[in-house]
Design a protein around this ligand. Sequence first.
Ligand code: NAD
Length: 366
Amino acid sequence: MYADAFRDTLISKGKSMKKKLVVVGYGGMGGGYHAARALEKGLVELGGIYDTDEKKSELARSRGIFAYPSLEAVCGDETVDLVTVAIPNDSHLPTVLRLLEAGKNVICEKPVALSSADFQKMLGCAEANGRRLFVHQNRRWDVDFLAMKALHDSGEIGRIINIESRIHGSRGIPSDWRGEAKHGGGMLFDWGVHLIDQVLQIYDERLDRVYCTFVHTTNFEVDDGFRLHLYFEGGAEAYIEVGTYNFIALPRFYMQGEKGTALIRDWRENAQVAVCTHWHESEVLPVQNGAGLTKTMAPRDEVTLNCYEAGRPVADVYDFYRNAVDVIDGKAEPLVTNRSVMRVLRVIEAAFESERTGSVVKFEEK
Ligand code: NAD
């Protein structure tokens, strides 16, 4: 390939052999994150950006970044190894297909596609052209999620029976393309794709049923929030909720095991863990609460619980790019597998069907 020969020339001249990255879409995520990180971390070389909005191109140029005049110009640049696509959700499909056809490796923002069939088309195109397609599920590196996963995996609080994952904001759904159905807007596509992915990464179980309702506080075209229940074959459950009108937020994570409970109030905080050390208490005294008496809901005395704050996991989200580079070089397998991305998209489809039909939808694992 010409690109390989070009790199060989650079190496022989003692120049950089870093992968040359182009970012398509110089908006919030493309400009504020991908291009900025590429420059800051230096793992890849930022070859330029392309944005349909000339003002964004001007902004890039003012920062010393080359702006391609068209997508075709990116496709035609043989020195480009990798392209990150960070544009509105409905534009992912045609853009990713074109880049793959042009022989580029592609990182696509989430949600990679608006249906599993569209994602399948992308995968087929990547395979046909011998190129790699990665999906930026960057919230696999969120430390709150990693803390919950570590507690699940360690067995510290026993078999997990329920996970509640909530994101509560109070600024409403953004007034940009995220509020429009034709662009693949709505909170299920926007945040749901992350939170579903995280829960499926924690539970190592087959999903059985899905139930979802949408919230339409001010936006009646797409969901400005949603409530999603996932039921697993072994009996475990997850509840995922996104709200954009929550002026008092409920905790980020709540996880129940047979032997204990874990709570993360806010994603900047560590997990609070309570592990039951003495289950059988011979003398539980009834307590008065409210206008009644109860033994079932009597609080535990502290000697029967081990309460502590869990340590904060260490994570570097740039491992996503390191891994992409290694996968392209044939040195590693993808950390975010396309199979796992497909499963999340299929859960989203089941959630849409549940919302539309008002029923619990059976999920077929593939
Ligand atoms: P944005 O509106 O801030 O930026 C989008 C940019 O793409 C704009 O500059 C626009 O002019 C440009 N654009 C639109 N259509 C284009 C096309 N066909 N070709 C080239 N440029 C085009 O949007 P955003 O918030 O940056 O979101 C972009 C993508 O990133 C979405 O898929 C979104 O879901 C995703 N995203 C991911 C995360 C994350 O944490 N992984 C966070 C935010 C957004």
